[in-house]
Structure formats: C-alpha cells, structure tokens
Design a protein around this ligand. Structure first.
Ligand code: SF4
Length: 372
C-alpha cells in the first residue's frame, strides 16, 4: 500500500504508444493500481457567474460545479478549478530523442518520456487514443512526484525529459514543476504538443522548457475543427511565440490521406513558414497509419510524402524530413550549402556525424540546432 492507501504493484508490462510510433511497452517503474492523482489546484482560471472559466487553452471551457472540462482533466469543485493530472503519469519510457521526433537537439541522447492521460483535442486519427481520450483517473498510473521524475531521469542517464505521448498542455502544472526541478539538475525539458495553449501559460512554459516539437496538423481551420476539434490560429501563434523566446523548435505535419494531403494546402503552409522565419526550423512530414476512427484509411503513400518534401524545399525550408517510414534514409541531415551528408541515421540511431561544433564538417556552414 502506498501513502494514500492505494494498492501498489510491481511493474507489469502494459502497452501505450508514442506520438510518432506504434505501441510499445512501458519499461520502468512501479505503478499505482488505479489512481487519479493527488488533488491539485489548477492554474489559469477565473470564476464567473456561469461557472469557472478555464484559461489554459483556447477552448476556454466554462465548467459548472461538479463538471469537468473538454480535456477530461480539469474540474470544478467548490468553486475552484482542480487538475486530475498530478504525480500520476500513465506512460513512462526512456526513448531515443530522435523518436520525438527531434533531430537537431542533442542527437544520440535519450529522453525520459512521460504522459498523463487526457487531451484538449479529439483527433479522429489519434495514435494514442487509449490514453489521450480518457481521463487520468481511468488509467493505471505510476506514482511519481516531479522530484522522483528528475531523479529517475538522472539515474537513466537521460539528458532531457520529454512531456509527450498524450498532450502536455492538459498536464500543464506537472510539466511546469518537473521542468523547474529538471532545470536545477541540469536536465533539459521538451514538450511534444499540439500547441493549443493560451499565451499566458505558454509564457510560463517558455521560462522552463528548452525545446518543443509542435504538431501543425493542417493549414486549414475547417479541417482543424473537423479532424482535431481545434483551430489553426492559436497553433500558429504558439509557433511564433516559441521562436521569439528562443526555444528550439521542430514542427511535425502528419499527412492523413483524404484529410490533410492536399498539396496546395501544404504549399500554403510552407509559404507561411518560410515568410515567418521558419526556414531553418526542421519540418517533419510524418506518415499516417490507420488508427482510431480513421482505421479504414490506407497509410500515406510514400510518393505523397516525397511530394510534400519537394514543395517544402521549393519554398526555401532547409531541413525537411520524412518520418514513420522504416528502412529509408529520410531522417538524414544534409548541409543546405554544400549538400554533404552531415548526420546519418538508421531508424532512431545515429550512424555517423560530420558535424563540427555546430557546423558542416565539409564546408563550415552553420547547422542550426542544440548540439552540445
Ligand atoms: S485545458 Fe481543458 S478545461 Fe481548460 S479550456 Fe482547455 S479543454 Fe477546457
């Protein structure tokens, strides 16, 4: 029994899945039997006559007494907003950082990766719907305080902690406290997020995170509404803010057949990125596999991903990768100046690097990233 009287069990393999990969087993730890986490008051809310207005994400849910917000995580109790996401990750794993995907940030290192259940989107194609489309009191969870997270990350030799797999916006307070403690211990923090967060909490993130991979799910507001239950503009604002704050940024665009595979839309997206200062930002076109409510669709054809990459390069984006296709060299890094192969990868493993102090080892061109 743990300190709250819950039965605890030694670890039993249990599958969840990564944002960029298929199911994988949890690898470490001890988990609580069935725990919703300790009661923790949430940040960013305002009481109104109709209930509590949550100001964490652009949904701005108004939550009546006893009710929970759209993300299934934040609830109104006695006129205060609480979060169910505290000390209770349902997925914990040591991943290669390349799996996030993060290709220009401490390559070849491992990242202590965790998630708490819940999400503020309802993507029809979610790869992780078993943990994103439920609430933290319905998953089997580890019992891990921020201090324990940092200690475990250190023990595992991880250079960073990644808040990933589900949606870190909805376990915001936990990401913040873990990040603060990680910083003190010299460990970097990475969010892998849909970027659907309001400016004030984003400003708090910017104080403690070092890198982000943001999903830019499409470049069309209507598709965002129908496919994801979100909207485009807040995500674009998040990209701009992260860049302005010097957070290392990589962007992922999952190409879903029949939904987000329109090449004109992809061209408009790349034009916007090029115009707004993201030419140096790695862009990952990711292959869709049949999932969740879109399980009848075929995987994204390889030629569609290659076409998207050509479009992005044509618009001046310099580091364009294709992800989720095993056995190809689409994750290699080439120098945009002399076109030499600088970093060769096999799957998530670094095979060789000709990078010299952040510069191309052949021509000396600066390759943006956090390399040391
Ligand atoms: S974080 Fe959750 S409760 Fe708050 S506005 Fe977003 S969906 Fe609603």
């Amino acid at each position: 029994m743990d300190k709250r009287g819950y039965t605890r069990r030694q670890f039993i393999n249990k599958s969840t899945c990564a944002v960029c990969a298929l199911a994988f087993p949890l690898a470490w730890g001890e988990w609580t039997e069935f725990v919703g986490g300790e009661e923790k008051e949430a940040m960013f809310y305002t009481p109104t006559p109709r209930g509590i207005k949550c100001r964490l994400c652009p949904h701005q849910c108004t939550i009546k007494e006893g009710d929970t917000g759209d993300c299934r995580v934040r609830y109104n109790k006695g006129g205060k907003l609480f979060t169910r996401a505290w000390n209770n990750p349902c997925a914990v794993h040591v991943d290669p950082i390349e799996k996030k995907p993060m290709l220009h940030f401490l390559p070849g290192t491992t990242s202590y990766s965790l998630a708490i259940a819940g999400c503020n989107f309802t993507c029809l194609n979610c790869q992780n719907w078993e943990i994103s489309q439920t609430s933290p009191d319905k998953t089997r969870n580890y019992d891990l305080s921020p201090e324990q997270v940092v200690n475990q990350a250190k023990k595992e030799g991880c250079r960073s902690i990644s808040y990933t797999y589900s949606e870190p916006v909805t376990f915001f307070e936990y990401t913040l406290e873990c990040s603060r403690q990680a910083r003190k211990a010299g460990i970097k923090n990475i969010v892998v997020s849909n970027g659907y967060i309001n400016p004030a909490p984003l400003a708090e993130w910017c104080k403690v995170i070092d890198a982000a991979n943001i999903d830019l799910k499409s470049f069309d507001d209507e598709i965002y509404t129908m496919l994801n239950n979100g909207s485009l503009e807040p995500v674009l604002n998040t990209l701009l803010k992260l860049k302005e704050n010097g957070i290392w940024l990589e962007i992922t665009n999952l190409i879903v057949p029949e939904w987000t595979d329109d090449m004109d839309m992809i061209r408009r997206m790349c034009q916007w990125l090029a115009k707004n200062g993201f030419k140096d930002t790695p862009l990952h076109f990711s292959r869709f596999y049949p999932q969740y409510k879109l399980n009848k669709l075929q995987p994204t054809p390889e030629n569609i991903l290659k076409k998207a990459r050509e479009i992005a390069l044509g618009q001046g984006l310099q580091y364009v990768y294709i992800g989720n296709i095993p056995g190809r060299n689409y994750a290699d890094t080439f120098c945009p100046n002399c076109h030499s192969l600088i970093i060769e990868r096999v799957g998530y493993t670094l095979r060789q690097s000709k990078l010299n102090k952040g510069k191309c080892g052949v021509c000396g061109h600066i390759i943006p990233g956090v390399w040391e």
